[in-house]
Design a protein around this ligand. Structure first.
Ligand code: CAA
Ligand code: NAI
Length: 650
């Protein structure tokens, strides 16, 4: 039974039991509605305590239902019925009351909660706005300024703040139910406060709206829901709750059917599925308390910082004293930046650095449960590292490489115990980027693979399993994406037009701006190496630019020019002149057509990756793009785009 009822001396205890998160689906709505009617007609019942089974109250509406048309009874009607019930309903909240869960609690006459309770309206993360009165009842319960933060800015209210704001009427120690029942009996003897929707509310000063609009728009990155949530809230204050409710519902329904919301739902489920792939379910990961990072350059320092942030102890190995002190300074600098931004305190900074040990050579390695190699991208150098690790590390220690392109099987050749080896491909900056490509070899043991996924979870990252091919999933698609962008430019489409189209689609940067930032030389050196091996690699515009000394921002120019100290790209007559021999007559192309071409190229590469079994699912490919390559979240990813009718497969 998804909603159960117990009666305790005139108090009906209604428990929503819809594991894992007590989401409100149609059955829950039907049952709550009929119970509200039933209790009102039952003279033996004086009051109702509404709670959820397990560690949380209710995580909101069942998001899985959002792909189907809305079905009655509608949640706003259920909540309105509870709010107007003859027998007062009291919400007893443990853990999260989110989205529709908070809206349901707001429909109750009073709310009690344990210290673990937290309240949020995370709908805007899903491209929608609250759809069951949240934008109207919340400001009337806690005030407009605070409600704006919750409704449109994703603020989570904890139990203490909820009491201070009047969202919670009493804090109750566990066990929650007996306390809530006693509270219910007690309040029956008193005058109850009015329902949330009937509470008086005064309009705030105009600046409150203008400032909120400015703040929200600047953070929305093109997403439409946050501003619309604010609009619904504002409508209810300026025109009254009834108009506000109508506005909220119509906005909710239209956003619910939008592309943006479908994309965000797709990612919501993909992100959760990613942490628990079917083939390692039930396999216990190996314990990892101390990890080593070999190589403390760009990646090694970031990986060490990520491990330290997650509470692990780290032994960082470098080649010499200069390498060690550079790595330590980099990591300390990353923590210092977090402290300045207020993310960690001075004590936390010191504690994290206290867990960092540095070493020249492999002292301390025998203590490590996991080693992540991040030395130069050179097979001989990496093999020498693993030869040493094979001798020194415990036989059960997991050994991982962060290689971007080298076949992990070649790196592991000759390693004693190859079943403990795998690729853990982090993205730069590794302490920030959420993606972790996990690349097992055919010999990797299942519990070693499971440890990779568990590590990702501990680091707060999104793991995606990738098969072995040149560039794994992400870099392989990136290469195709860039090649297609260059094909457009070689066909006469202006460089700046390609970048502008991708920015307007939602990327922070276009492909040429991105190359200028990262540097054109690494890809150039790859091509030169292939040419030196006798492979037929034709000259590309990027080769001409690098040969002319234009390696990107670091040399003052690449595809674009850059004024000293200014990262803004300026169209470059010089670059155009250099690449002119490879460029066709100018061709103007609409932004949407450019986007469609590049999307189709990415999706085609993704399709090939799927067919070859390099990625386990299309959703995994989308996660790689969104969390590793800046693909705009609200667009869902290239494979999601492929599945939508509006993609023009050019
Ligand atoms: N609907 C359907 N399924 C949900 C769900 C929801 N609202 N919330 C979580 N789930 C599912 C997850 O997909 C996951 O399923 P699998 O086990 O099959 O992968 C399972 O519940 C557990 O979720 P998590 O892995 O995320 O568990 P967690 O303990 O890490 O986090 C949580 C729990 C904080 C509740 C988190 O799941 C969460 O933030 N959920 C979404 C909350 C949300 O956005 N609510 C608003 C919904 S929209 C709404 O309510 C609008 C309205 O009009 C009423
Ligand atoms: P880097 O050049 O910044 O750092 C490499 C570090 O390894 C240097 O500090 C060097 O002193 C050290 N090193 C070299 N040999 C060593 C040895 N035998 N023992 C100990 N330390 C040694 O290189 P970066 O960019 O950090 O790349 C490292 C690895 O990560 C490469 O395999 C690269 O392909 C991969 N990678 C790089 C990404 C990036 O964006 N830079 C992204 C993802 C993976």
């Amino acid at each position: 039974m998804t909603v159960s009822v117990d009666i305790d001396g005139g108090v009906a205890i209604v428990t929503i039991a819809n594991p894992p998160v007590n989401a409100i689906n149609r059955t829950v709505r039907e049952r709550l509605l009929s119970l509200a009617q039933e209790f009102d007609g039952d003279p033996a019942i004086r009051t109702v305590v509404l709670t959820g089974v397990g560690a949380l109250f209710v995580a909101g509406a069942d998001i899985a239902e959002f792909d189907r048309p809305v079905e009655p009874p509608f949640l706003p009607d259920v909540i309105a019925r509870i709010e107007r019930a003859g027998k007062p309903w009291i919400a007893a909240i443990r853990g999260a009351a989110l989205g529709g869960g908070l809206e349901l609690a707001l429909g109750c006459r009073l709310r009690v909660a344990t210290g673990t309770a937290r309240f949020a309206l995370p709908e805007v993360n899903l491209g929608i706005i609250p759809g069951a009165g949240g934008t109207q009842r919340l400001p009337r319960a806690i005030g407009v300024a605070e409600a704006i933060r919750v409704v449109a800015e994703n603020h989570t209210v904890d139990a203490a703040e909820a009491v201070r704001l009047g969202l919670v009427d009493a804090l109750i120690e566990e066990p929650l139910l007996p306390g809530a029942i006693a509270f219910a009996r007690e309040v029956l003897e008193k005058t109850l406060p009015p329902p949330s929707l009937d509470r008086p509310l005064s309009a705030p000063a105009q600046e409150v709206w203008t400032e909120a609009e400015k703040r929200i728009a600047s953070r929305a990155k093109g997403a439409s829901a946050p501003l619309q949530a604010l609009e619904a809230l504002k409508c209810g204050i300026e025109q009254g709750a009834e108009a506000g409710l109508a506005r909220e519902r119509s906005t909710f329904l239209s956003l619910r059917g939008s592309e943006e919301a479908a994309a965000l739902r797709h990612l919501f489920f993909a992100e959760r599925a990613a942490l628990r792939p079917a083939d390692i379910r039930g396999i216990a990961p190996r314990p990892v308390a101390t990890a080593s990072v070999v190589g403390g350059g760009t990646m090694g320092s970031g990986i060490a910082a990520a491990l330290l942030n997650a509470g692990l102890s780290v032994v960082l190995v470098e080649q010499d004293a200069a390498g060690v002190s550079r790595a330590r300074d980099t990591i300390a600098g990353l923590f210092e930046a977090s402290r300045r931004r207020g993310h960690i305190t001075g004590e936390e900074l010191a504690e994290r650095l206290g867990r960092l040990e540095t070493s020249i050579g492999y002292d301390g390695m025998e203590r490590c449960d996991l080693v992540i190699e991040a030395v130069f991208e050179d097979l001989a150098v990496k093999r020498a590292v693993f030869a040493a690790l094979g001798r020194i590390c415990r036989p059960d220690a997991i050994l991982a490489t962060n290689t971007s392109y080298i076949d992990p099987r070649l790196i592991a050749e000759g390693l004693p115990g190859p079943e403990r080896f795998l690729g853990l491909h982090f993205f730069s900056p590794a302490q920030i980027m959420k993606l972790l490509e996990i690349v097992p070899t055919p010999e990797t043991a299942p519990d070693v693979l499971a440890t990779g996924f568990d590590l990702a979870r501990r680091l707060g990252k999104i793991p995606v399993r990738a098969g072995i091919c040149d560039g794994f999933i992400g870099n392989r698609i990136l290469r195709r994406f860039r090649a297609e962008a260059e094909t457009l430019v070689r066909g006469g489409v202006p460089i700046a037009a390609v970048d502008a189209a991708m920015r307007s689609f939602g990327f922070a940067m276009g492909p040429f701006e991105m190359q200028d930032m990262a540097g054109l030389d690494i890809a150039f050196l790859h091509r030169e190496a292939a040419r030196a091996r006798g492979e037929p690699v034709p000259d590309l515009p990027g080769d001409l630019l690098v040969r002319a000394g234009r390696k990107g921002q670091k040399t003052g120019g690449g595809w674009y020019d850059y004024a000293p100290g200014d990262r803004r790209p300026q169209p470059s007559a010089e670059a155009e002149r250099i690449i002119a021999p490879l460029i066709g007559p100018r061709k103007d192309m609409a932004g949407e057509a450019i986007v469609a071409r590049l999307m189709a190229a990415m999706a085609q590469e993704g399709q090939a990756i799927l067919e070859e079994g390099i990625a386990a699912s299309a959703a995994d490919i989308d996660l790689v793009e969104v969390h590793g390559y800046g693909f705009p979240r609200r667009r869902g990813g290239p494979m999601f785009q492929l599945g939508r009718a509006d993609v023009n497969h050019a």
